[in-house]
Ligand binder design. Sequence first.
Ligand code: CA
Length: 389
Amino acid sequence: MKKPSLLFSILIIAVLAACGTDAAPVPTVAVLPSVSVVTPSQQPTQSANAPITTEEPTTSPTAEAITIAAQNLQTPWEIAFLPDGRMLVTERPGTLTLIEAEGVQIPIADVFERSESGLLGLALHPDFSENHWLYLYLTYEANGGMFNRVERYQFSDTILGDRTVIIDNIPGAPNHDGGRIEFGPDGLLYITTGDAGSGSSAQDINSLTGKILRLHDDGSIPQDNPFGNAVYSYGHRNPQGLAWDEQGRLWSTEHGPSGLGSGYDELNLVEIGGNYGWPEIQGDQTREGMISPRLQSGGSETWAPGDLEIVDGMVYFVGLRGSTLYSVPLDDIRPETLQRHFANEFGRLRTLRQGPDGLLYMGTSNTDGRGSIREGDDKIFRIDPNQLP
Ligand SMILES: [Ca+2]
């Protein structure tokens, strides 16, 4: 069942920079375009009566630290920008949503949302302008069990066609489903998977859970994968973010056992064939043959990190339970250099994506069943990383 009438506001006016602790209700907007919900054929329609706006952000990046790019979303999980600059968002219950004045929701078939699972990752092919290939990571149900898969579609004119399964039968569970997908600088597709509740599976290089996977764009196995299968790195609990730095190195955010009363959330530098230790070591523990995090939250703080981005030598990542935007300089990663922004101002934060305008787009996750819902949630904020409080 889809929401009957979702409203989005595109762009609005600014919220200001000097965010005090009283965190400011975000001023809302002038234009609230309606979004039409479409029926099963994955043939979206646009709302005929939607107000049209051609407004552009009045923002000069230096004038404002944060504005609202979209709101009234349902657990937004990932953002991607089309070549024309428009924003696509996955909403976890199972819609791919195009954010524009006449917003469009495209239902995705077979999505099974329970707890942390559902429609999760989204990535566009590096040659999207030519091939229109769009990739989704989603949870589905089969034979009474939960699984995850990556699908590829051709996306044009808001129609998804030519559905192709890239990888499936990734064991799933209500929690720990991974779900981030990104193309690396090598043109290959990287996929995070959670341990699906089976910690020991993360140490099994023949299991697809608790891993970062790497595939060609058609799902075939790269010849230089370390174990002759889809596995790129292992010993992960629930990696939720992927980003590469200017040197082409892969970084990932990962949830520690934060639900157990301790944090030990991780920022990892991911090496091919590396064993990241779960469930054998956590925090700063070390063991031969295992790689400890480059930064971890310790046992008294919980980030529960969502996605990360690396911009101008700075690593940014967001926290769900941490409800904070974190930043740390890539060349000086230490607990003492970790900065915290917007702590508890907007609630749970999951998505983070740099836009074509250079700004960061940061999505809340307050409607995911674990947050307190604020007016207009869930939202995607547009943030100038150079103007962070
Ligand atoms: Ca680890």
